[in-house]
Design a protein. Structure first.
Length: 132
């Protein structure tokens, strides 16, 4: 039996594990009727896959900590997630802004495009924890 590889997609184009475009992936229908590009990973219907806000906030904070200073696509993705769910991170707004400012000032915030993404976060308002 051939080993299945996890499929990665960028702009709806399949990628291989190295990020090269044009990889071939197989799509199958799962038990739930959803399309699955990786038969080794079960698909959970959305009604069972809800993530509590506190867990999502922790995941976003972890993604931020990981992405700050990286020079990969994850910076832009993380910044977009943070913008979308900014109110969930209210407890950490001030600290996030300080961490980004410190990273930019010390030259550890990534490349120019990464710094542009982080500056978008700096333009978001700082709320108190009670905002969410």
């Amino acid at each position: 039996m051939e080993e299945q590889k996890i499929a990665f997609v960028r702009n709806n184009e399949p990628l291989d594990a190295r990020g090269a475009a044009g990889a071939k992936i197989s799509i199958r229908e799962s038990n739930s009727g959803l399309r699955d590009s990786n038969p080794t990973v079960p698909i959970v219907p959305a009604r069972y896959a809800a993530v509590p806000n506190r867990v999502l906030a922790q995941m976003l904070l972890s993604a931020f900590r990981y992405a700050l200073g990286r020079r990969t696509y994850i910076v832009g993705e993380t910044a977009r997630w943070m913008e979308q769910y900014w109110l969930l991170l209210a407890k950490w707004h001030k600290q996030i802004h300080e961490d980004i400012e410190r990273a930019i000032e010390s030259g550890r915030a990534g490349d120019k495009c990464d710094i542009e993404d982080w500056r978008k976060i700096l333009r978001l308002p700082v709320h108190s924890e009670s905002a969410h």
